[in-house]
Design a protein around this ligand. Structure first.
Ligand code: FNR
Length: 373
């Protein structure tokens, strides 16, 4: 269908659901256990109310800001998500092309279906990428990947270390799709792990997790990383104020944290990022000054983006929306997804009476309905 006729992310997901394979849909849609965290991720934004100020000149609206010191056109980024080629042959490169004109950042998954070199090829000058790492049991494999990323530091500006999934969550939609290993569009990055005798069955998620290390710690993993890259570290998957506070102690090596429950795919009933943001505001607000705090999970509307920014997030990520955009219409589908989110974000800012991202703050929302302690 004509992408322009699709007006919101829900409609794009509907089209993608009809077009992609059952296996692809099950992998993207799935989340752990009863999908409680996945559904709360979206619901929590609906419960936060906006506080628009009127009688304000809103002819101008500027969504640009900086992330880790780099200028971006919008504080919206593509979260690392594996296997984009399951949805469309354009894959992760197609996502890069789809978002290129928005000045939005993209984090490339450790388990991408294309190599990190292919994905940044032909990207625009100033287009910013991060590379997400799942540390492998065979550390040498991760060290070799880091060496490849270091060589492309004009494109890859940081390493995103994912911490919330040392073991895979129980994703039943995905697990029902048996013996998918042989047909996975794996890149050279993950092929190595594949040979190590992965078992068949168990869905795409289980297949991809084979070989991933479960023994990461604050004390051992960050010094190891420092030996293998000078790129700043972004820690992904923090879900408590205690861990956010700890992460801030590792600045400046750690420059940002991503509050995330992995789109509800790891531990079901783990909190949506909004709750963790609220905890940090209450117990250790100094974290916001020491490191950048990013969030992901459940973002479907521009108003969601704005609410997260009001609570102190510096950037907001989308996982499934980028994949479903790709599944619905390839490069154009991704472009349309970001076009919608950007337009909705601008409309929201204007109707709040806000011209710049830096003006957004807690005074623009009422989050009492989701404050729990
Ligand atoms: C993910 N996510 C993820 N995260 C990560 O660090 N490495 C990865 O390889 C993947 N792979 C992946 C695959 C798929 C299909 C999905 C849906 C998600 C999690 C992702 O980065 C992000 O945290 C969530 O997707 C955010 O939630 P929404 O936007 O999907 O609601």
């Amino acid at each position: 269908p004509d992408m322009q006729s699709l007006l919101n992310l829900e409609e794009i997901e509907e089209v993608a659901t009809k077009q992609v394979s059952k296996k692809c849909w099950a992998y993207y849609y799935s989340a752990a256990d009863d999908l409680v965290s996945k559904s709360f991720n979206g619901l929590v934004y609906k419960q936060i109310l906006l506080r628009p100020r009127v009688f304000v000149d809103c002819t101008k609206c500027d969504t640009s800001t900086t992330l880790l010191g780099h200028k971006v056109g919008i504080p919206l980024y593509v979260s690392p998500a594996a296997m984009a080629r399951l949805a469309h042959p354009a894959g992760e490169l197609g996502i890069a092309q789809g978002i290129s004109t928005f000045g939005a950042m993209q984090i490339v998954s450790n388990n991408a279906s294309m190599t990190p070199e292919q994905i940044v090829e032909g990207s625009l000058p100033g287009q910013i990428f991060g590379w997400q790492l799942y540390v492998q049991n065979e550390r040498k494999k991760s060290e070799d990947m880091l060496a490849r990323i270091n060589k492309m530091s004009d494109k890859y500006k940081f390493i995103c270390l994912t911490l919330d999934a040392p073991v895979p969550g129980k994703r039943e939609h995905d697990e029902k799709q048996k013996d998918v290993g042989a047909s996975l569009p794996v890149s050279s990055a993950v092929k190595a792990g594949e040979k190590a005798g992965r078992p068949g069955g168990g869905g795409v998620g289980q297949q991809l997790f084979w070989g991933t290390a479960a023994d990461l710690t604050w004390k051992t993993t960050l010094p190891w990383l420092a030996k293998h890259t000078k790129l700043p570290i972004v820690l992904k998957g923090l879900q408590t104020h205690e861990d956010a506070y700890l992460a801030a102690q590792y600045a400046p090596q750690v420059k940002a944290i991503i509050l995330s429950n992995h789109g509800g795919r790891a531990l079901d009933t783990a909190p949506p990022a909004v709750h963790t943001l609220l905890e940090i505001r209450k117990y250790c607000p100094e974290v916001f000054n020491r490191i950048e705090v990013w969030v992901d999970g459940g973002i479907k509307r521009g108003t969601d983006v704005v609410k997260a920014l009001c609570l102190g997030a510096k950037a907001v990520g989308v996982g499934r929306p980028a994949l479903f955009g790709l599944g619905a219409g390839g490069v154009e589908g991704v472009h349309r997804t970001f076009e919608i989110l950007k337009a909705e974000t601008e409309t929201c800012m204007r109707l709040l009476g806000v011209e710049k991202i830096s003006e957004l703050g807690p005074k623009h929302i009422n989050s009492r309905a989701v404050e729990r302690d």
